[in-house]
Design a binder for this molecule. Structure first.
Ligand code: 0YR
Ligand code: MG
Length: 372
């Protein structure tokens, strides 16, 4: 099999709430920036990365896909994903300008498209192609109720509905308000509404400094918080380590880490308790699996970041033994042939061959943006 073309695409998908905020970001659209790869066998692969739909940045990713990596892939065998990943990863001029960020997101999108082709050629969904699922149950935790932009009343109402009507068994709330008391009041209100048995995680999206995080943890001690996610600046290993020692609330992080080496730093120094790898920041499935295996070696649970890579992460989560739960944010479901599905708080195993990334033809018409 040979690669014929590598075509980038950009979608800006409006989110159902019109606008949402976490501690750092306010967004109205989710950006799906990806690669469509055609082959001489007729199999077509799709991969994508997730952005906050800033067009210039998205065009930069698309341009790197097309102009930097496309030419070194055309004519190659797409089934040799490992070879091609290293070829992209070690492309010297791109290493020089981007050992993270846009270059990793571009490689990640292409890598996912190559795995999509590989699994399609075996006529298996990716989780099965990788070797099969380690469990039939993958819990979905609902982040979509917990945005900071949600008023207290609506937060409580939506949390109750998610648990009592939709069957979610886990929730995640965004924190990082200017006033710590607002965070505490919101968590306490949700705890009261859903009862003691629903795990509630919180996510500060890297907003706080160490003293603020310590103060938060002291005040939240009695609320039974399942994990505190990204409390501090993303790369600050030493402060996360101090926080782990200072607080009884487990620390989760990883959605902003760009390499297995970064995870190794945090894990080996006792600076985290839950690993949250993201296939796009890690430049693809290969480095994601290395990271999940690193967590395995430390018996550390893995809960992949979603926002909104769920289409791919659901496969990797069913496959990997360290993963029992996955975030749920349902913004881009309408773009795909086989959208992620959650029933009674559990993810359904995807059934279509591939990595779950095949776009509906209508997605480009409905949400497509011009390439620069
Ligand atoms: C919105 N999940 C996250 C979204 C989400 C972010 O900024 O991108 O909240 O990805 O932190 O855990
Ligand atoms: Mg997060």
């Amino acid at each position: 099999m040979k690669i014929k073309t590598v075509e980038p695409f950009i979608l800006h998908v409006p989110i159902e709430q019109k606008t949402i905020s976490d501690a750092r970001n306010t967004i109205t659209h989710w950006g799906v920036v990806g690669a469509k790869i055609t082959t001489d066998s007729g199999i077509v692969g799709y991969g994508y990365t997730g952005t906050h739909a800033e067009l210039a940045g998205d065009q930069a990713i698309a341009h790197v896909i097309k102009a930097s990596f496309g030419p070194i892939l055309i004519g190659e065998n797409p089934l040799e994903v490992n070879t091609l990943w290293h070829k992209m990863f070690n492309l010297a001029p791109m290493r020089w300008v981007g050992r993270a960020g846009i270059v990793h997101l571009a490689i990640g999108a292409i890598d996912v498209a190559l795995w999509d082709i590989k699994a399609k050629s075996a006529e298996q969904p990716l989780w099965q192609f990788l070797g099969g699922a380690t469990s039939d149950e993958l819990e979905a935790y609902n982040t979509n109720i917990g945005w900071m932009s949600n008023s207290l009343d609506s937060l409580v109402m939506q949390s109750s509905a998610a648990v009592q009507e939709q069957g979610f068994r886990r929730l995640k709330l965004k924190v990082g308000h200017a006033n710590l008391s607002d965070d505490i009041v919101r968590i306490a209100a949700v705890r009261k509404a859903v009862g003691p048995d629903i795990p509630i995680a919180v996510d500060a999206n890297g907003k706080w400094d160490l003293p603020t995080a310590i103060r938060f943890c002291k005040r939240a001690e009695d609320l039974d918080i399942f994990w505190l996610e990204e409390p501090l600046w993303f790369d600050d290993v030493k402060s996360h380590r101090k926080l782990c020692h200072a607080s009884s609330i487990p620390i989760a992080l990883g959605e902003q880490l760009y390499s297995v080496d970064a995870f190794a730093q945090f894990i080996s120094r006792g600076a985290m308790c839950y690993a949250q790898p993201d296939v796009t920041r890690l430049a693809g499935i290969s480095e994601y699996l290395r990271t999940a295996d690193l967590a395995y070696c430390h018996r550390m649970p893995v809960a992949a970041h979603v926002g909104d890579m769920g289409q791919v992460h659901v496969h990797l989560s069913f496959y990997h033994e360290m993963t029992t739960m996955l975030e749920y944010i349902p913004w881009i479901k309408r773009c795909f042939e086989e959208p992620i599905k959650v029933e009674n708080g559990l993810y359904a195993k995807p059934q279509n061959p591939g990595a779950g990334t095949t776009l509906l033809a209508s997605s480009l018409d409905n949400f497509g943006k011009p390439l620069a």
